[in-house]
Design a protein around this ligand. Structure first.
Ligand code: ADP
Ligand code: ASP
Ligand code: MG
Length: 406
């Protein structure tokens, strides 16, 4: 008998019929003799709808109230799924994050899980019930509802699997595994049977939203066997995320990730002296805006040009801060562009191969795509390009590195 934590995402529980279908599948798994804890997201579109309601009241809603609001989405699905399970004869019980005590820190809208109480869950499992837990939400030590960031139900599932020492954590979604790139952009993308934690973490951080970054971090840290599967098809093996590199020779590039949520800001003609980077980025960091890529070029007359990227949602705020700093520094000009994307190639095989960057740049050059920024690490190369080239760049690189289906 094994204990499995399953997570069903928004589209998997997007309608009442889908919820009924998920209930039937859960009952099939239970019939195979597994103990099941099921984490669900809000019905698809619901979290966005709730955020939109708040925006009709204020453009700066208090973070605490945002969490009270958006956590309701998941409360609806846990109740409906448990009702469906009971209706089909399977005893079940639903719990919110507060009830099952998913303790988090108090960083509203991006809280981190600290601890989960497992006693109540074990009691229910012993009594033959399926336990249905609301994803995405927790509670801080003062009893305030918190949420874990967009896509956070993945993290709820992995954290529960770690706390309960589950045999596997299965993430059911609308694709049948992790692909070489988003199959919606490249239909020829290939499903990977397995991918290492290291690569999956890189893919997730570089924009592949199939798994939330923190879920991958958590699974890696606590060695939770993690599998991505389709809730729409039956019988597939999905993608296993694992520590072991496959025994067949590792491909140089495993996947291509992209991020549409980027914007770039440049300040030109800054006097080139020590402390400049600190002065420019200090006010940005003090306002809790995250900076991603940074490039500094030496210009003419002892001046320098400084470019960095931020999340597109933070673009206007970052621009305001940068204009103030630029005046203080006597810089020549501030400019920006929020129509950019970041495209990255990822693979542990890159470590042992030289010349990957140049073939990436050559491929983009042949397509007439101008590279605006570059950043590299041992297992990834990222470039910033105009957003109109996103699909072209991803497809060309996908072909160049031989990632398509045989
Ligand atoms: P859920 O609602 O189940 O959490 P998400 O929309 O968050 O589902 O994640 C699944 C989506 O991730 C897919 O529909 C797909 O478009 C996208 N995706 C992005 N990159 C990849 C990838 N490399 N492999 C598979 N899916 C990907
Ligand atoms: N419902 C939340 C969201 O849309 C959490 C999740 O789906 O994982 O981000
Ligand atoms: Mg998701």
């Amino acid at each position: 008998m094994s204990l499995i934590v399953q997570k069903y995402g928004g589209t998997s529980v997007g309608t009442v019929d889908r919820i009924k279908a998920v209930a039937k599948r859960i009952i099939e798994y239970k019939a195979q003799g597994h103990d099941l804890v099921v984490v669900v997201s809000a019905m698809s579109g619901e979290t966005n709808r709730l955020i939109e309601l708040a925006s009709q009241i204020t453009d700066q809603p208090p973070a605490r109230e945002c969490d009270v609001l958006v956590s309701t989405g998941e409360q609806v699905t846990i109740a409906l799924l448990s009702m469906a399970l009971e209706k089909y004869g399977q005893p079940a019980r639903s719990y919110t994050g507060t009830q099952v005590h998913i303790l988090t820190d108090d960083a509203h809208t991006k809280a981190r899980i600290k601890q989960i109480e497992d006693q109540k869950i074990h009691q229910d499992l012993k009594a033959g019930r399926v336990v249905v837990v609301a994803g995405f939400q927790g509670v801080d030590e003062h009893g305030n509802i918190t949420t874990l960031g967009r896509g956070g139900s993945d993290t709820s599932a992995v954290a529960l699997a770690a706390a309960l020492k589950a045999d596997e954590c299965q993430i059911f979604t609308d694709v049948d595994g992790v692909y070489t790139t988003d199959p919606r952009v490249v239909p020829e993308a290939r499903r990977l049977n397995r991918i290492t934690f290291e690569e999956m973490l890189e893919m997730a951080s570089l924009g592949s939203k199939v798994l939330q970054i923190r879920a991958v971090e958590f699974a890696g840290k606590y060695n939770v066997p993690l599998r991505v599967l389709s809730s729409f098809e039956e019988g597939g093996e999905g993608t296993l995320i694992t520590y072991e590199e496959s025994d067949v020779e590792q491909p140089i590039i495993s996947g291509i990730a992209f991020n549409r949520d980027e914007a770039k800001l440049t300040v030109t003609g800054v006097p080139d002296h020590p402390g400049i980077a600190y002065q420019i980025l200090g006010s940005i960091a003090d306002s809790n805006l995250e900076v991603d890529m940074i490039v500094q070029n030496v210009g003419q007359d002892d001046t320098t040009d400084f470019t960095f990227t931020v999340n597109r949602n933070d673009y206007a705020k970052a621009m305001g801060l940068l204009e103030t700093t630029a005046k203080e520094l006597g810089a020549r000009n501030v400019e920006g562009d929020d129509k950019i994307v970041k495209v990255s190639i990822v693979g542990v095989g890159m470590r042992s191969h030289a010349g990957i960057a140049s073939s990436m740049f050559e491929t983009l050059a042949k397509e007439g795509i101008n590279i605006q920024m570059i950043s590299t690490s041992e297992i990834k190369i990222s470039v910033v390009v105009d957003e109109k080239y996103l699909e072209l760049a991803v497809r060309a690189l996908h072909e160049k590195f031989g990632l398509e289906q045989e």
